[in-house]
Design a protein around this ligand. Structure first.
Ligand SMILES: [Zn+2]
Length: 75
């Protein structure tokens, strides 16, 4: 199974109860949006962010928040 697919989720009622706001862009999640579990510049482990806010990093086989990813590429 593609790792990308396993990290993707469609926001439903249960997911919204656990995570209401996207830590990457600060907007609230809405039902039916595609989100991915990504690492970023926040405290703790991977969090759910909008698919558009993250980049799939082939090197680590995981999603990284876009700002964080670009920061790593061009320090
Ligand atoms: Zn977002």
């Amino acid at each position: 199974m593609d790792k990308r697919q396993s990290l993707k989720t469609i926001m439903g009622r249960e997911q919204l109860n656990n995570a209401s706001q996207c830590p990457a862009c600060g907007r609230n999640f809405t039902m039916g949006e595609t989100v991915v579990l990504a690492c970023g510049g926040w405290e703790g482990g991977p969090k759910l962010v909008h698919e558009n806010d993250a980049v799939f990093d082939e090197a680590t086989d995981s999603y990284v928040e876009r700002r964080c990813y670009e920061g790593r590429k061009n320090p």
